[in-house]
Design a protein around this ligand. Sequence first.
Ligand code: ZN
Length: 219
Amino acid sequence: MNNPETVIILGTAHRKREPGKQSPDGRLKEYIYSREIVGEVKAKLETYGYRVFVDFDKDDLPKEMQTPSSKLERQRELAMRVNYVNEMCQKYGKAKCIYVSIHVNAVGSDGKWHDARGWSVYTSPGKTKADALATCIWNAADKNLPHSSRHAIRADWSDGDPDFEAKLYVLTRTSCPAVLTENLFQDNSDDVDFLLSDEGRHAIERLHIEGIINYIESL
Ligand SMILES: [Zn+2]
C-alpha cells in the first residue's frame, strides 16, 4: 500500500529576517505558519511509515551567514534549500525523492488587505513528473478546502493540468519532482481567518498529506 522507498522532502517558506511576508495585522507570519504546517504534515506522514525530511527547519540562517543585505540572505537561503534537496537526491536517488514547498500567497506588498484569495500549486515550466504530483495535491485541495475557500481554488488548464508554471528557483534547480503550494492569501482577511482556525490548519495539512500519498501510491 504505501511505498516506504519514497523520500519526501518538505520545504518551509522564507525566514524570520525576510521582510514582509505576513498579514497586514501581523496575525499570520508566513515563515511561522509554513513551519507549523510542515511539522504537522511530517509527523503525520511518519506515522504512516514514510521517510520525511525538511529542507530548512531553523527560523533563519546561521549567524555567520547573516548580512545587512536581504537580497544576499535570500540567495543564501535558496541555495541552502536547493543544496539540501539535491544532496538527498544524490543520497537516495532522484527517482525516489519528491519535494513539496509550502507557502502562503500574497497579492500586495503594501501592508494592506486585498480581495484576491484562493489556493494554487506551481511547477517548473514544461512537462515533468512534478505535474502528476501537483495534480494529486490539487485534487486533494479541491476535496479538503471548504466551499467558502474552495470556490477560489485557482487553476491554469492551458496545458491540460491545473498547476501554474513558474521559474521559481527551488523548482527549477532541484533535481527531483518539485512543487510549491500557495495556500490561500496572507493579505486577504477571510483567508487569514480560515488559515488560523483549527478547521483551516487541518484542511491545509490534510490536502498535503492526501495529495502526497495519492501521488506515491500512483507510482
Ligand atoms: Zn512565500
